[in-house]
Ligand binder design. Structure first.
Ligand SMILES: [Mn+2]
Length: 318
């Protein structure tokens, strides 16, 4: 059987979700299933091409819903899982019992493992480390900004490699995630080499963000649209400004101009704004504590205008 498996790309949780789903499917449905991995990104002009659903099973994990009858499995935990009302209604009408949504899970990896165990008798033994780290990383549950920025743990090294990766790199890593430990994968020579190069850039990003950040009340803003540092770690601002609450940035991700909106996971007060809701107003989405809006590559001015509006909304009264 051929399984077309779509997953959130450039994302540790997206990679682990694909790996855990494949393990589950092999264990409970077809031990010889062949998986064809396809990474998905959030982008301005996103629409699923139905022709892509060419497997015996077509699966989406850790990514928004697609209202196609060819979709046979779906798992997501993003607040903005439905692009429009019709998508939500299509999901509500589904009677397959194989499409699942729960925004209360910190990682889609843990969500898949939980549903697979409770509803399909899957035994997730051996996947505990993967599930625990997906929850820490997707839920930003690090001890401190320093832990997040220094990237000492193998899972964090792999996150850096996956987030920057070309599609074929995640396709190389995903099949290993359920076979080897994270330490073993992070120690592979090609992974080490890739990590070291990216970590050097990460150190440069820290200095760039330090120099460009402007603070308005509780909100830090920086503009990296003219730099090649679009893939910076979202924890850098809280490492540099530990008492800030929100970060807004504009960056260039090549195929899109991105406005990122985040909140500091280490300040004790719960943020007053739902960032996914704010981003949805501009056509973006995300989770309550982190969101993003994608514009076309030539819409930098529009992205900057949006960023200014969001900075004034978040910093008002602070
Ligand atoms: Mn996720």
């Amino acid at each position: 059987m051929r399984v077309r498996l779509f997953h959130h790309d450039r994302c540790f949780d997206g990679a682990c979700s694909a790996a855990v789903f494949a393990d589950f499917f092999r264990q409970r449905f077809d031990a010889n299933a062949e998986f064809v991995l396809t990474g998905l990104f959030h982008r301005a002009d996103q629409l699923f091409d139905e022709a892509l659903f060419d497997g015996d099973e077509n699966v989406i994990v850790d990514f928004k819903y697609c209202a196609s009858d060819k979709l046979t499995w779906w798992f997501d935990h993003h607040q903005s899982a439905f692009l429009c009302e019709q998508d939500g209604e299509h999901f509500e009408r589904d009677t397959s019992g194989r499409k699942f949504y729960d925004a209360s899970f910190k990682s889609c990896t843990k969500f898949i493992a939980t549903i697979a165990r409770e509803k399909f008798g899957f035994d997730p033994a051996g996947l505990e480390e993967l599930i625990r780290w997906a929850d820490i990383i997707d839920g930003a549950q690090y001890e401190s900004a320093r832990e997040a920025v220094e990237m000492k743990a193998a899972a964090m090294k792999l996150t850096l490699v996956l987030e920057a990766a070309e599609q074929n790199r995640s396709a190389r890593i995903i099949p290993m995630l359920t076979k080897y430990s994270l330490d073993e994968i992070a120690a592979l020579p090609w992974v080490v080499e890739c990590f070291q190069e990216l970590f050097q850039r990460h150190l440069e990003s820290i200095e760039l963000i330090r120099g460009r950040s402007k603070r308005t009340g509780n909100t830090v803003f920086f503009d990296l649209a003219d730099s090649q540092h679009g893939g910076y770690s979202k924890f850098i601002p809280y490492y540099l400004f530990p008492d800030s609450v929100y970060t807004v940035s504009v960056s260039d991700a090549g195929f899109r101009t991105k406005v990122s909106v985040g909140s500091n996971p280490w300040v004790s007060q719960e943020p007053r704004h739902n960032l996914a809701t704010i981003c949805e107003r501009y056509g973006g989405g995300g989770h309550s504590r982190v969101g993003a809006i994608s514009y076309g590559p030539n819409e930098i001015e529009r992205a900057r205008r949006t960023a200014r509006e969001i900075v004034s909304e978040l910093s008002a009264g602070s």
